[in-house]
Design a protein around this ligand. Structure first.
Ligand code: PLP
Length: 410
């Protein structure tokens, strides 16, 4: 944009460099995507200038005729997309959304049971270094050591033992379908509130390619910026009976003025997600993850759980005697951007774990299909065979750049 180029060349240069990076690399971070231009325009709109503490019809400042309209529209669209009874679109992001649910449903010190971080759960599901593990009596469930998948009977046994006030399901690094129905049965049996955090799979849920927790969970949280392909933001959906408590927890409990530019952009994204095009996109995300998994297996790599049902695969580098960090660094030199990730029962440290997490949401938005996934698996395989060879990595990078040129980003 010429305006910022004139006004602030220093920032402009950084933004240009980031555009270039996003164009020329293969983006496989499972939590990232490319939004549409329309979503970016709403994010950059003049709604960024407006304070709107409160909720539609009950604001604390004047001048709210348009903020009320946009927030109502975003919530109505989310309700229709997910079939939710109540929606709060004000959380600044996924972590604040989860914090609000804890604040609304629990007292400090109450017991919670969530998936442990090393098994794919999120920090905010009760991990020690997060508010959720510090201010609550947090317990964690693991996965089965053999299948590396959730053992629902084991979770049920642990829930009977712990008697949590809130049971949390949903994950950041779990490549398999989550059985929300089964979690709901467990929660009901021990009289716990069920929180389903669908941040990663929200786009798949919206499109019907992953089961939805909406009917069975008391509260559902999500981010709007991962598979759902909206702006950075958070959202809480709940049964009508919890609406008041949730709304009060978000404002005035935890936040002041909502970011109405992000709310407008979320409304745009929900509109986009409620189309046949988006359903096809979400199906392609899953098909691509499966194709990528097959490609990686062909290259002799090991996958946690052996494969995937959703948008991500988790590579276990243990048989290669490689650390995740060294692998991620080498892949970045080759133009393939991933993050290192803990694997179940990891013997290495969280900062340099044994795994690599790979997601297909962003590359699918670029129009890449199963054939392209085969090529990407080839880039990954070559880079992992040559992690100490900068010349080989540069050669892959050149191939990756040529490959990327065929797939424009919005
Ligand atoms: N919940 C899950 C399952 C996530 O994977 C994430 C983000 O990675 C979050 C919550 C937190 O979202 P944010 O990073 O927007 O705070």
């Amino acid at each position: 944009s010429p305006e910022i180029q004139q006004a602030d060349p220093e920032v402009f240069e950084i933004l240009e460099a980031e555009d270039q990076r996003q164009h020329t690399t293969v983006r496989l971070i499972a939590s990232e995507n490319y939004t549409s231009k329309a979503v970016m325009e709403a994010t950059g709109s003049r709604l960024t200038n407006k304070y709107s503490e409160g909720y539609p019809g009950k604001r604390y400042y004047q001048g709210q005729e348009n903020t009320d309209r946009i927030e109502r529209l975003a919530c109505e669209r989310a309700k229709s997309l997910f079939g939710a009874e109540h929606v709060n679109i004000q959380p600044y992001s996924g972590s604040p959304a989860n914090l609000a649910v804890f604040y609304a449903m629990l007292e400090p010190g109450d017991k919670v049971l969530g998936m442990g971080l090393p098994f794919g759960g999120h920090l905010t599901h009760g991990w020690k270094v997060s508010f959720s593990g510090r201010f609550y009596d947090a317990h964690a469930y693991a996965v089965d050591p053999t299948t590396e998948q959730i053992d629902y009977d084991a979770v049920a046994r642990q829930a009977r033992e712990v008697r949590p006030k809130m049971l949390i399901c949903g994950a950041s690094a779990y490549p398999r379908t989550i059985d929300f129905q089964r979690f709901a049965e467990i929660a009901r049996e021990v009289d716990a509130v069920l929180l389903a955090d669908i941040a990663h799979i929200a786009g798949l849920v919206a499109a019907g390619v992953h089961p939805s927790p909406i009917d069975v969970a008391d509260v559902v949280t999500t981010t709007t910026h991962k598979t759902l392909r909206g702006p950075r933001g958070g959202m809480i959906m709940c049964k009508a009976e919890h609406a008041k408590a949730i709304d009060r927890a978000v404002f005035p409990g935890l936040q002041g003025g909502p970011h109405m530019n992000a709310v407008a952009a979320a409304a745009v994204a929900f509109g986009e997600a409620n189309t046949d095009d988006f359903k096809a996109y979400a199906q392609q995300v899953v098909d691509n993850a499966r194709a990528l998994a097959e490609g990686l297996l062909t290259h002799g790599l090991r996958l946690v759980t052996g494969g995937t049902d959703n948008h991500l695969v988790l590579l276990d580098l243990t048989p290669r005697e490689l650390g995740g960090r060294a692998a991620a660094t080498a892949l970045e030199k080759a133009g393939v951007v991933v993050n290192s990730n803990s694997i179940p029962f990891d013997k290495r440290k969280p900062f340099d774990p044994s795994g690599i997490r790979i997601g297909t949401a962003a590359v699918t938005t670029r129009g890449m299909d199963q054939g392209a996934m085969g090529q990407i698996a080839g880039f990954i395989g070559r880079a992992l065979d040559n992690i100490d060879d900068d010349t080989a990595l540069s050669a892959i990078r050149a191939d990756v750049e040529a490959f990327c040129a065929d797939y424009p980003i919005p």
